[in-house]
Design a protein around this ligand. Structure first.
Ligand code: G3H
Ligand code: ZN
Length: 287
């Protein structure tokens, strides 16, 4: 059964590791991530953007697929199904559909409006035992087609949102979605340390996990990051493995065109990438 993300993240923060949030796009993605979590005895968060939810047919389809896999693949590690960068309406819809965790991304609203909407969602999610992620300071790069600049969150604003009682808090610290440009300045650990100091107990979330150097990831975890979001890196390795299969002409041999074969290398590539991240984040054997 799905669980919310509260317990797994509080444990991670206390024991100084991070739980991986991996975005899903389809059955292969979901199965690869769940099996890897089980094989490594690691808790895991499945992230679903509104765009990906729509792509998969709708939120109820996603919930049905994930619950079916949990049961039939005998997944016993803690798994949360989480709306990624949700709107207020998207949060309501996913709660209704059976998600165990939601992110309300109000970072593009003025802070007062972000606070108001986050507050309302705290009421709703608390009643239902669902965890809630809020965001302060927009993450740069591409979020479902919207391109924005990276921001540094204001620690005082982070405190105001954290004090509302959110389960976890995403704060912009120079992180960007997608690949990092060559001239990227790196994560801003001064801002992260200030946010940590002022928000005390809230597990912090690091978005844009793709391409952040390992030493920066470890330092971020030491400063209170307990959830790290990875999306693009899985997409890149999937595309690369699939391209190689086709370029090698394997789809032209025997029944190599069968999707169960054609998507195999991409599936294995996602598994390897997720394992690599779980080892880096320190979540292996923490289930
Ligand atoms: O919310 C999703 C993540 O922040 C993913 O970022 O695509 O750079 O790994 P990424
Ligand atoms: Zn993100």
């Amino acid at each position: 059964v799905l669980v919310n993300a509260k317990e797994m993240l509080n444990k991670a923060m206390k024991e100084k590791y991070a739980v991986g949030h991996f975005n899903i796009n389809n059955l292969e993605w979901t199965k690869a991530i769940l099996l890897t979590a089980q094989e490594n005895n690691s808790p895991v968060i499945l992230g679903v953007s509104e765009g990906a939810g729509k792509y998969m047919g709708g939120y109820k389809t996603v919930v049905g697929m994930v619950n079916g896999l949990l049961e039939e693949l005998n997944i016993t590690v803690p798994v949360a199904l989480h709306l990624d960068h949700g709107s207020y309406e998207g949060a309501l819809k996913t709660i209704e559909a059976g998600f165990s965790s939601v992110m309300f991304d109000g970072s593009h609203y003025p802070i007062e409006e972000n606070i108001e909407k986050t507050k309302e969602l705290i009421k709703i999610t608390r009643e239902k035992g669902i965890s809630l992620e809020a965001e302060v300071g927009a993450i740069g790069g591409e979020e479902d087609g919207k391109i924005g600049e990276g921001e540094l969150a204001d620690p005082a604003e982070c405190k105001r949102i954290a004090d509302l009682g959110v389960t976890m808090l995403a704060a912009g610290i120079g992180n960007i979605h997608g690949k990092y440009p060559a001239n990227w300045k790196g994560l801003n650990f001064d801002v992260l340390a200030k946010i940590r100091k002022i928000t005390v107990d809230v597990p912090l979330v690091l978005h844009g996990g793709t391409g952040i150097p390992d030493d920066m990831v470890k330092k971020a975890i030491s400063l209170g990051v307990a959830k790290i979001n990875v999306n693009t890196e899985c997409q890149l390795v999937f595309a690369e493995a699939t391209r190689k299969y086709i370029e090698d002409g394997k789809d032209l041999v025997g029944k190599g065109y069968d999707p169960r074969k054609l998507l195999g290398p991409g599936f294995e590539a996602i598994k390897a990438k997720v394992k690599e991240k779980m080892v880096l984040f320190g979540s292996v054997n923490r289930a």
